[in-house]
Design a protein around this ligand. Structure first.
Ligand code: ADP
Ligand code: LRH
Length: 477
């Protein structure tokens, strides 16, 4: 196997990047080509993604990427989509999953179709912004094609139309066992079956750049290869695990906490615990729960107009722990808005003192996230029967030393932090596999473990204190 180079387009909810990845025997190296903020824009009261701004940044990134790329792969956050009309024109700017248009829709659909039917069919957790609920709130009369965000960008690059399976698994409309669109759910919801494009898996060849795009970015007949286009699927594929007795926390805007399984868990208990069975690479199941994640900090920083996150985390490390706590998964924290005020009110309601400084607010968030990580890890193990020896914490959150340490202490498990750019690495590795530059998933993970910077945190042994706090908050898992 010789060395090859790939471009990874990775769009997170808070920032996007174009990376160049070199892969070969003993080599896995990422170079950042371009990084750009991903800022939602409210227009006429509706929160949108700035999809053309993102696409423009992707083109600029690819233009600056080294020549000699074997292919490009695209991943992004899940659930959101663009609709094309019969002429292939975008029907309106994609709406952000945190927009209020889905308020009450999930409850209505659940009541009409039944929780049991929804969960047994798609295996998906109940989150108000799942594509299924967004579509139920949308006028689809002029829509000819639905494309999830990475599929939309791939379409603009190549002219091809399709749906990559790992991301399609977050719509709530994919049959978790068969891996096909659920004609039954689509029919029961009265959605037009015509809008759902043909499905493909990571590794599939999507197509070559359109001639006009190739001319614009100067990369000739570059191919676009499907990757785990759900960012979390790519992140989990790059977890540097050596055995299957691991859990992962893909930690960025969200903390996605779970285990990797061969088959879905569709029990009533799993449904009640709101665990999801999303699609991973190689037909694996990402059995996980969404924890509100670093969104709580992102939105606090935005409210404060503050940019020094490392300084605040350092200050939070000096604040006494477990004094102020929230349930981070309370739906009140989902929409944009004044986060510190919501956190203070939540503390008060729960009988904790309100944070009075920014450092106390950050400490409250990190203690509470560590407690939620603990609960989700325990539940994942219990509901799936998978034993966990180690927790791999990947993504931007792995740079937060305090959060890694608190997660190890709270869970009583060793935490291996890194890689920070697990998603981009997973994206590159899926392409490298398709082009024969690396072997299977286990070999890809071994390459990550051998080449990337990782830190290990041993639990401090004071799990009892955390168990007490978790019980007080009703987060015992
Ligand atoms: P997403 O893909 O959801 O946009 P990322 O994986 O890029 O998220 O992670 C972004 C998060 O990483 C930020 O919100 C921040 O909390 C955290 N982060 C980034 N850099 C640092 C740092 N130097 N110290 C602590 N946390 C950091
Ligand atoms: C993380 C993520 C997560 C989804 C959410 C919408 O970026 O893809 O897996 O639940 O965004």
């Amino acid at each position: 196997m010789s060395e090859a180079m790939f471009a990874a387009v990775d769009l997170g909810a808070s920032s996007g990047r174009v990376m160049a990845g070199r892969v070969g025997p003993g080599t896995l190296a990422l170079e950042e080509i371009r990084r750009f903020p991903n800022r939602p824009v409210r227009v006429n009261g509706t929160l949108h993604w700035d999809i053309l701004g993102l696409y423009g940044n992707v083109l600029d990134g690819l233009r600056s990427a080294p020549r000699g790329l074997s292919s490009v792969g695209i991943d992004s956050w899940a659930v959101d989509y663009g609709l094309l009309d019969a002429e292939g024109r975008l029907l309106g700017n994609p709406v952000h999953y945190r927009d209020a248009r889905t308020d009450g829709v999930m409850e209505r659909v659940r009541a009409e179709l039944g929780e049991d039917l929804l969960y047994r069919t798609s295996g998906l957790q109940f989150l108000p912004f799942n594509t299924i609920y967004q579509l139920a709130a949308e006028d689809l009369s002029r829509a000819a094609t639905l494309l999830l965000v990475p599929d939309l960008l791939a379409h603009w690059l190549t002219g091809e139309v399709g749906a990559e399976r790992t991301n399609a698994s977050t719509t709530g409309l994919l049959d978790v066992r068969g891996g096909t669109w659920s004609a039954d759910l689509i029919d029961r919801l009265g959605l037009p079956a015509r809008i759902f494009p043909p499905l493909h898996d990571p590794g599939a060849d999507i197509g070559t750049l359109r001639a006009d795009v190739a001319a614009e970015i100067g990369h000739g007949a570059l191919r676009v290869t499907a990757v785990g286009s759900h960012d979390t699927a790519s992140a989990v594929a790059a977890v540097p695990a050596a055995t299957d007795r691991f859990a992962y926390i893909s930690c960025g805007t969200w903390s996605l906490v779970g285990v990797e399984l061969d088959a879905p868990v569709l029990t009533d208990e799993s449904r009640k615990a709101n665990f999801t069975n999303e699609g991973g690479v190689d037909g694996t199941v990402r059995y996980l729960r969404n924890v509100m994640g670093l969104w709580l900090i992102q939105e606090s920083l935005r409210t404060w107009g503050e940019a020094d996150l490392p300084g605040l985390v350092a200050a939070a490390a000096d604040v006494p722990g477990l004094r102020r706590l929230i349930d981070p998964d309370d739906p009140e924290f989902l929409p944009p808005g004044d986060m510190p005020a919501r956190i203070a009110a939540h503390c008060r309601r729960r009988g904790f003192p309100e944070p009075s400084t920014r450092a106390e607010t950050v400490r409250c968030i990190l203690d509470s996230l560590a407690l939620a990580h603990r609960a989700a890890l325990r539940q994942a193990a219990r509901l799936s029967g998978r034993e966990i020896d180690v927790v791999h914490l990947v993504g931007g959150g792995s740079r937060n030393d305090l959060l890694c340490r608190l997660t190890a202490d709270a869970s009583g498990l060793p935490v291996v932090a890194g890689p920070v750019e697990a998603t981009a690495l997973g994206n590159v590795l899926a392409q490298a596999r398709a082009h024969g530059a690396v072997g299977d998933l286990a070999e890809s993970r071994a390459l990550v473990a051998a080449t990337q910077d990782l830190r290990r945190y041993e639990p401090s042994g004071d799990e009892a204190r955390w168990a007490e706090a978790a019980a007080r908050l009703g987060l015992e898992g």
